[in-house]
Design a protein around this ligand. Structure first.
Ligand SMILES: Cc1ncc(COP(=O)(O)O)c(C=O)c1O
Length: 455
């Protein structure tokens, strides 16, 4: 797929959505185009140049490129504008959702910033889902507001509320589904049915589910944003962000903003992210399965007050989850235990296996206190309105044996209860008997199994 992101305006991109499938198909020699799982592994044309022809393309670290003569260059000119290793990641990411090559950035928030600069002007208005990542809230409230861009936060799960918030100045609707960290869902197709006729751009932060488990562009969204830092890279080694779309003019505008403001992804992080994507499908399937086990266990634990996970049969938007998600519901679970804020904090301070960090989507199980970490800059009234209480715990379930994760949570919940002076019925009475056969990694039998089954 030829690319020519350049300072040189005479050199233009040649990729269009129409030619993406055939390009992708030819990359692996398979036609018609293959599934996302396969594309993630065979994204580029096989090496046909001089040997050596590495299976894994190398990293081009160069910041700049030779011109043949003044005005004569047929590739990138400068790595703030384009770089072969970054291009490769962008082809892979765009291919995952049948979009144009993505535009990637140094972080998820850099991607969002460039997108908003591309789409919004002083005097414009945005409608924003009120349950979204705290950094996005901060961007709207504390940066864009000062540039004269107003926004109205709404419960995006209520499509009528989204519609009612639209004004003649509204240019953009921004939603995150599942929302971070409440897991509340927005019906993307229903919101698109409101925004499309009004000529408003619908942006979906699809970080948690990725194109593997949810395809917002197929549901009518105009743009997806990703913190590739999270599930897409998956190993906590590379920050990154991406914008995907099938709208060539929009992609060109975002690329212009990136060139002008300088937020491009680095070659090394692009390379790491491309390696992470190779296992994205299998990671998300397994981590979703593990998350479902953990959520089911939490749901019947007597010390647990509330569990949010779209895969639970009791999840209020379960029908939408099944309709909108592609066979699994992701690896993020949030919950609250009896005893309120202090009990939640005691639990967080008592885990031994789960890592207490501000992050989601890695292969290790991560645990976070959103109120003081990821969502600390969200006004308390907004947090409370969406159910983000001070005691809410967010869990990003990893690839460990789920019985070991459950064992750790069980001991941490017990520790929190002891510290808080509360007591609950021993958990052994209520733990669902997960059939061993249904537990992935069932080979790891006795230690983890005994640990959680006795609690
Ligand atoms: C859903 C979501 N979107 C965007 C971001 C921002 O990404 P980054 O930390 O790479 O700037 C995050 C970060 O936690 C996130 O969770």
């Amino acid at each position: 797929m030829p690319r020519s992101d350049s300072h040189n305006p005479t050199v233009s991109r040649t990729t269009s959505p129409a030619d993406l499938p055939s390009n992708l198909g030819s990359t692996s020699g398979v036609s018609p185009p293959v599934s996302a799982a396969t594309r993630a592994l065979h994204p580029t044309p096989r090496g046909t140049g001089p040997a050596p022809r590495p299976l894994v393309p190398g990293i081009v670290q160069s910041t700049t490129y030779h011109h043949r003569a003044v005005g004569d260059i047929d590739g990138p000119t400068y790595s703030r504008v384009g770089n072969p290793t970054v291009d490769h990641l962008e082809d892979v990411l765009g291919g995952l959702e049948d979009a144009l090559p993505a535009v990637t950035f140094s972080t998820g928030l850099a991607a969002e910033t460039a997108l908003f600069l591309a789409l919004l002007r002083a005097g414009d208005h945005a409608v924003v889902g009120e349950a979204i990542y705290g950094g996005t809230v901060r961007l709207f409230r504390q940066i864009l507001a000062d540039l004269g861009i107003a926004c109205t936060f709404v419960d995006a799960a209520d499509v009528a509320a989204v519609k009612a918030a639209i004004t003649p100045r509204t240019k953009l609707v921004f939603i995150e589904s599942p929302a971070n960290p409440t897991l509340r869902l927005t019906d993307i197709a229903a919101v698109a049915a409101v925004t499309k006729p009004a000529g408003i751009t619908l942006v979906v932060d699809n970080t948690f589910l990725t194109p593997v488990l949810q395809r917002p562009l197929d549901l009518g969204a105009d743009v997806c944003v990703y913190a590739t830092t999270k599930q897409i890279e998956g190993h906590s080694v590379a920050l990154g962000g991406a914008i995907t779309s099938r709208d060539a003019a929009l992609i060109e505008r975002v690329k212009f903003i990136r060139k002008a403001t300088g937020g491009i992804q680095t070659p090394f992080n692009a390379w790491l992210t491309t390696q992470g994507i190779k296992t994205l499908t299998v990671r998300l399937k397994q981590q979703s399965s593990n998350a479902a086990h953990v959520a089911e266990w939490l749901a019947v634990h007597p010390a647990v007050r509330r569990v949010n996970y779209p895969g639970l049969s009791t999840f209020p938007q379960r029908e939408l989850a099944d309709r909108q998600h592609l066979g699994a519901h992701g690896n993020v679970v949030s919950f609250e235990i009896e005893g309120g804020t202090q009990a939640g904090i005691d639990l967080l301070n008592s885990v031994k296996l789960c890592a207490l960090v501000e992050h989601v989507g890695s292969v290790e199980t991560l645990i976070t206190h959103p109120a003081s970490m990821t969502h600390a800059d969200v006004p308390k009234e907004q947090r409370e309105r969406v159910g983000l209480t001070d005691g809410l715990v967010r869990l990003s379930v990893g690839l460990e044996d789920p019985r070991d994760i459950i064992a750790d949570l069980a001991q941490a919940i017990e520790a929190a209860a002891v510290q808080g002076g509360t007591c609950f019925q021993p958990v052994s009475a209520g733990v669902p008997a997960l059939a061993t056969a249904s537990i992935p990694n069932a080979a790891v039998e006795s230690k983890g199994g005994a640990a959680w089954a006795t609690r």
